[in-house]
Design a binder for this molecule. Sequence first.
Ligand code: AMP
Length: 468
Amino acid sequence: MTNENTAEPTGFAKLGITGNLLKATHAAGFDTPKPVQMQAIPAHLAGRDVLAVAQTGSGKTAAFSLPILTKIVGLGTKRSPKSARALILAPTRELAVQIEETIRALSKGLHVSTALVLGGVSRFSQVKKMAPGVDVLIATPGRLTDLVREGEINLSETRWLVLDEADRMLDMGFIHDVRRLAKATHKDRQTALFSATMPAEIETLARTIMKDPVHIEVAPQGTTAAEIKQSVVLARVKQKRHVLSAMLADEAMRQVIVFARTKHGADRVTRDLERDGFDAAVIHGNKSQNARQKALNGFRDGSVRILVATDIAARGIDVPGISHVVNYELPDEAESYVHRIGRTGRNGADGIAITLCDPGENAKLRQVERIIRMKLPIAADHLGQPDPKPEPRTAERRTHERGPKEHSEGARNGHRNGGNRPRGEEKPRERTAKKPFAGKPAGDRPGNGKPFRGKRRSFGGRKPAQAA
Ligand code: AMP
């Protein structure tokens, strides 16, 4: 905390974190600030908006949480009903849960109240938790939009807003919800936006909702953590199952996350692994929140060695000991590759990422290489070998061989990716949807300084979307 010779503050103290928050930060095991924290914390404490390009695993959660907690801690416990002093928006439930866990650890003993508002679980307890008002609300955009529209949550006193993994919120079709929710917060709010990549739409969003932000880029766009050893294994689609099972026979693959492109594909890989004698859990958007959490907990506590996941479900998975990431299929969006492999090599640990590539996926591989600015070495080439003997054809295998007519998870109708929404995920809003906060007298609109307390209205004759 201080340098003994000079009594100069060091570490987080040097960045402006003090008192009990500093103690809690150390107790949480954070002693030396990471680059994103070194840049974002002083800027945020100085009252500036922050626009950060930060990789997954870079330490961004503490980078936005610590300055907000610093400001909230002094405010006392008097809060308006249904209000939130700070709002953190995240694309997935898993990431939101993880952010809340980090904030609780960082504010231990400081009497900071938090609430989680997520789709896929009962809204009753969320409404109850929000009733007296909270310090920090962590939410996914769909459910929060519903509860604001129904008058259960009032954001007009929210003075700190964070958009985490903003590029992912864009990919999931939440951008309009995010824009409206930002508008519903206090007009003098301070905003921080964190994104692993900075597509043009995010830059536009930042320009419209932020004031003269400080730009932070801790690693060039698309750079992968240096500690991750990456390679490609060339294998035809029909060979992939056997190649994967042969790889997994090596016990050096201690804890493995296998990425599939679609929910259907993830289920199929899991079934094939089980047939080949491996225990594997699966996590994707069609699974209930309980099933997802159970799979994740098993993976976290080490009782599950292999987790098969789709891109969306894997967002926010922060399991320190993942030794290997296997891309069973290349992602549709090259940027997802960076997120996927960022699940390993976390926090300075070594990690290995192996990508199985069918000749039909070569174009996607080239795109990935362009984004990460390196050519991936080929660790093995199975293309010259014959395909394994097919199993007896069951109805299920026939469907598999025809190939799933499924878009990658997260691809949406009406969105730049087109495609289907995973059931159980938050429902993204259509571009044509009426504004949820429209139809109120100007003075009652959020952002005009008055609480958002209009009478409950079904929105355009439509019942508010029930997320899952
Ligand atoms: P994040 O990018 O926020 O998901 O953080 C990635 C990982 O780094 C998490 O496991 C954090 O607990 C950990 N972490 C973040 N900041 C620090 C720090 N200053 N010192 C040690 N670990 C950290």
